[in-house]
Design a protein around this ligand. Structure first.
Ligand code: FAD
Length: 569
């Protein structure tokens, strides 16, 4: 039969996949196919509305993956949301555009990923960005920036929603958080993230609609004859050449859609961009992973990499809600990112020492729960890096999102760098089955303690004037239900029965040297394969303090250049 062949076949037309598809198809001689399970959401109001966060949840564009029961978190399951559409999760996310602390990206190089540091990634942050200078009105409501941190000629519109929350708010927040030792940070996107800030979003400020990966990287280019997107098409697995003499060589991708099952052939590479939940599962279904797991489902081992699907890192989100005494209009954009010093004050050295003395045990627990797939020594090294970032470099330790909306004032928060390590693995040879997703939320006592400590910090902020003057009663959890001096067990119960995932999964196909448990190399090529890469959130080896898309866009831009160099295209 006359089977379709492309130079590159990309699995997943989401945040990262569309960047790579766009850049590779800039060269007219190069053909690119994108396989996407979802469809267009170009005019879906649940996507475009800048104040519509949450409206897409539970609809047909939300994968809504259930997790495994979370044994350290009360035993319940969580719903891991992810976008199923051209544009992927960028079509349903919270639109916050924040990058990372500079030293966090430097840590990638420090552990052996050559060429990955803040300085080398920075040009790709700016390459991807079309920063929209805030208007005078937006500036009066808190929008602030250093233009040297931003790109003005990239694809992705970054800026503020047309109407930011009432202009009275910022000075009051500034005065409040200064008293707690947290200063105003004019622009978190230059590598220093600590402080109170009014961060930009991925929005088209002129049209006042969401800017997602499709609007930035696909729709304006949809007529390129060398770029083909196959929508409503599900990728089952990678198909390999029969040649067993060399490294595993992908020849295409088996897909399923209304026309049945077929193979889309790739003459150069197969590129995985299905997200941190699905990319490791597709690797396993294709025979790349831990032989103990693959054998259970009669999958032939093509490449033995026991860490595929391990190293999953996400965060946990709780909220505290107050009655508002003022009426708030417009889109909230304020976040507070305190460091460990700011959060713990004089107690910080005790916390640092406690964590340090626990890390050997943490490493043992994670290694055991991976059945030895992840080595204790590698984990300990990763935890050491994390400890240094938190307590020496003083990267932000938590994010607190302030949500003054109409007559309520809420704070949602998440500690940024939990020590828990989970995993994602297939639990069936059937590609349409959701994999077992196990983030191991609150695996370690410090993860749970931090969740409580940040809640208490928020209460302190809301009882400090002038913020205190703006709010009435705390209606959830409420001081009667959960007094400040309630025993730890009550605080822990509240956290566990009210938390949700923060939807920031990373690390399941980590970029690390192979002997350190890596799945992909520093060019994002899967070890043991000749021509398979992973380019999505899976490759981020350590959680970052920014929301993820800013970093994902930059990583995808950088790997696109690496691929173009490799093929001289
Ligand atoms: P995705 O963008 O998810 O792309 C994966 C694509 O692959 C999807 O289009 C999917 O449909 C497709 N796919 C999956 N499996 C298959 C298959 N078998 N066959 C074919 N196609 C397949 N980040 C921020 O920066 N700011 C925020 O405010 C923010 N808020 C968030 C709020 C929510 C509710 C969620 C869920 C996430 C949020 N994030 C936020 C995180 C961020 O959006 C994601 O980390 C990021 O978009 C992931 O990009 P990706 O390329 O890894 O995967």
């Amino acid at each position: 039969a006359n089977m379709p062949t492309y130079d590159f076949v990309i699995i997943g037309g989401g945040t990262s996949g569309l960047v790579v598809a766009n850049r590779l198809s800039e060269n007219k001689d190069i053909t690119v196919a994108v396989i996407e399970a979802g469809d267009s959401v170009f005019s879906n109001p649940n996507v475009t509305n800048v104040n519509g966060y949450g409206r897409a949840f539970g609809t047909n564009i939300d994968w809504a993956y259930p997790t495994e029961p979370q044994i350290y978190a009360g035993g319940g399951r969580q719903i891991m949301r992810a976008g199923k559409a051209i544009g992927g999760t960028s079509t349903i996310n919270g639109m916050a555009y924040t990058r990372a602390q500079d030293v966090q990206i430097d840590a990638w190089e420090q552990v052996g990923n050559d060429g990955w540091n803040w300085k080398s990634l920075f040009p790709y942050f700016t390459k991807s960005e079309e920063f929209q200078i805030p208007t005078r009105n937006q500036i009066s409501r808190g929008a602030d920036y250093y233009i040297t941190y931003h790109g003005e000629n990239g694809n992705l519109k970054v800026g503020w929603p047309s109407l930011i929350t009432n202009r009275t708010l910022l000075p009051l927040l500034d005065e409040t958080f200064n008293q707690l030792g947290v200063p105003f940070n004019r622009d978190v996107n230059g590598g220093r993230m600590v402080g109170l800030t009014s961060h930009p979003d991925t929005v088209d400020s002129t049209e006042n609609i969401r800017e997602d990966a499709a609007r930035a990287y696909y729709w304006p280019y949809q007529n390129r004859s060398n770029l083909k997107i196959l929508t409503n098409t599900f990728a089952n697995k990678i198909i390999w050449s029969n040649d067993t003499r060399s490294e595993a060589t992908a020849v295409g991708v088996e897909v399923k859609n209304s026309r049945g099952v077929q193979t889309i052939y790739a003459s150069k590479e197969v590129i995985l961009a299905a997200g941190a939940v699905k990319s490791p599962a597709i690797l396993e279904l294709s025979g790349v992973g831990n032989p103990d797991i693959l054998r259970k489902y009669n999958i032939t081992v093509k490449v033995n990499i026991p860490t595929v699907g391990e190293n999953l890192q996400d965060q946990t989100n709780n909220g505290i809600n107050y009655q508002g005494l003022e009426f708030w209009l417009g889109s909230p954009t304020f976040s507070v990112l305190p460091s460990a010093n700011q959060l713990y004050g004089s107690n910080v050295s005790n916390v640092a020492a406690y964590v340090k003395s626990s890390m050997t045990e943490y490493a043992k627990v994670v290694a055991n729960s991976s059945n030895g797939a992840v080595s204790e020594a590698n984990l300990l090294e990763a935890f050491q890096v994390q400890h240094d970032l938190i307590f020496k470099s003083q990267v932000p330790y938590a994010e607190i999102v302030l949500l003054p909306i109409l007559d309520s004032f809420s704070a949602e928060y998440w500690p940024l760098l939990p020590f828990a390590r989970g995993n994602v693995h297939i639990k069936s040879a059937d590609p349409s089955a959701t994999p077992a997703i196990n983030p191991n939320f609150f695996q370690f006592s410090q993860d749970l303690d931090a969740q409580v400590d940040v809640a208490k910090f928020i209460r302190k902020a809301f009882s400090t004037n002038p913020l205190n003057d703006l709010v009435g009663d705390e209606f959830a959890p409420g001081l009667d239900n959960l007094p400040n001096d309630a025993p730890a067990s009550e605080w822990n119960d509240w956290v566990k029965s009210n938390y949700r995932t923060n939807y920031h999964p990373v690390g399941t196909a980590s970029m690390l040297p192979r002997e350190k448990g890596g799945v992909v190399s520093s060019t994002l090529k899967v070890y043991g394969t000749k021509n398979v890469r992973v380019v999505d959130a899976s490759i981020i080896p350590f959680q970052v303090c920014g929301h993820l898309t800013a970093t994902i866009y930059a990583v995808a831009e950088k790997v696109s250049d690496a691929i173009k160099n490799r093929y001289r295209i």
